[in-house]
Design a protein around this ligand. Structure first.
Ligand SMILES: Nc1ncnc2c1ncn2[C@@H]1O[C@H](COP(=O)(O)OP(=O)(O)O)[C@@H](O)[C@H]1O
Ligand SMILES: N[C@@H](CCC(=O)OP(=O)(O)O)C(=O)O
Length: 382
């Protein structure tokens, strides 16, 4: 049987919540879910990643988008989530389908066991013909364990399910070369290298969280996983299918021609950094996915990491070259690198080849991958 087309649709807060009343915008939901029903009838799996819980809960806790602080937003999310899902449920039933709530946090993507478990659940929902509605579990997430915006959360979902298309519906019709409120802003119909536009994306709407910046970061993750991203205005009839049919204006962000495998994509497309290594420039130049990083290659390291955490690999100038999964804890690696002449087995008490990152767990960063700035200890010492 042919594989069904999978699409992930991300919906921004301003489309779901009325800015003045902070109530659900049923007219928008009706247009969206009518379109979703049609796409489903044509054989497409649709996963929605919906914002709106904070905006819809603000009134209940007596706050406004302008006045709310972090704990207000966490409380507002708890109040708004049932309203948001109830609105989806009601309208979904009008169009003959069931919806399900999937609340995630950063660890559900970054911990591989939890990643697989979440993916299984989403696939099971699709198998049961239910539309998953994903959002971040804002109420319980603190700064260290949150994704922080639904653009990147949705990109992680797109990567997780191997989506064909990732559609970001928002209040503007796509990417401009500067904030569209500025005079002379030019529309960008197609993007290959998102790094060219990162400086042009400051500012966001009153209800929005990440603005265009997080949309481009999200699109970059999708590119690496071979997913096409579309950024489009949501306020139209058939908001999703008209983008896919290209019958209206939107910004298309092209997938990488050689996308990473699922495993490599999980390693490379991180949101959190466990630690980093600096390797010699000679090795950095020769580094390829076929060669492991050994203890003797490590010049310095930062961070407290565990076995299985992903590390960022920098050269001595602080340029990120690769990412890889560590076979040692930071404590073990410190012992190994400070005693280079003593056998690893003697130092650690178990047999090991001394490979810090095995070649199968090392991903070279392609030219168009957005790089991470080196931590100060590295960039400062270069
Ligand atoms: N270069 C740009 N192109 C388009 N929009 C931009 C750009 N820079 C900033 N923006 C702002 O980003 C907003 C979309 O982000 P945001 O408000 O967070 O939406 P959402 O709530 O849908 O995630 C636009 O309404 C616009 O004001
Ligand atoms: N998780 C939050 C939304 C966070 C977010 O990214 O908002 P937006 O920029 O409007 O997509 C909520 O449900 O309100």
């Amino acid at each position: 049987m042919a594989k069904k087309r999978n699409i992930v649709v991300k919906i921004g807060s301003a489309l779901l919540a009325n800015l003045e009343l902070l109530t659900p915008r049923y007219g928008f939901l009706q247009r969206l879910l009518e379109d979703v029903a049609q796409l489903r009838a044509e054989g497409t799996n649709v996963i929605l990643c919906s914002s709106g819980s904070v905006a819809l809960g603000l009134r209940i806790i007596g706050e406004t988008p302008e006045s709310a602080g972090v704990s207000d937003k966490q409380a507002a999310a708890a109040c708004g989530m049932p309203l948001l899902l109830n609105a989806y449920k009601q309208v979904g039933h009008e169009f003959g389908f069931e919806i399900a709530q999937v609340l995630l946090t950063l660890g559900d993507f970054e911990d591989h066991r939890r990643f697989l478990n979440t993916r299984n659940t989403v696939h099971r929902l699709l198998e049961a013909n239910v539309v998953p509605i994903v959002n971040e579990n804002d109420t319980i997430t603190t700064e260290e364990i949150r994704v922080g915006d639904n653009d990147r959360l949705a990109a992680k979902v797109a990567q997780m399910v191997g989506a064909d298309d990732f559609i970001i519906l928002t209040g503007v019709d796509g990417l401009y070369d500067r904030n569209p409120d500025e005079p002379g802003a030019q529309f960008i119909p197609e993007v290959d290298d998102v790094s060219q536009y990162m400086d042009a994306t400051k500012g966001k709407s009153t209800l929005g969280t990440g603005g265009m910046e997080t949309k481009l970061l999200a699109a970059n993750m999708a590119q690496e996983a071979g997913v096409t991203t579309w950024i489009a205005q949501g306020e139209v009839d058939h908001p999703v299918s008209s983008v896919l049919a290209q019958t209206r204006r939107s910004t298309k962000i092209l997938p990488h021609p050689n996308p990473l495998s699922g495993w490599d994509s999980w390693i490379a497309n991180r949101l959190q950094m466990a630690g980093s290594l600096v390797i010699s420039d000679t090795l950095a130049t020769a580094l390829s996915g076929d060669r492991p990083i050994r203890r003797e290659d490590v010049i310095s390291m930062t961070g407290d990491f565990s076995r299985g955490d992903v590390l960022h690999i920098y050269d001595s100038k602080g340029i990120e070259r690769a990412r890889g999964l560590s076979d040692f804890t930071s404590e073990e690696l410190r012992v190994l690198t400070s005693n280079p002449d003593t056998q690893a087995e003697k130092l650690l008490g178990y047999r090991t080849k001394g490979e810090v990152i095995r070649s199968a767990n090392l991903v070279m960063l392609e030219n168009r991958h957005l790089l991470w700035d080196a931590p100060e200890e590295i960039s400062g010492s270069a």
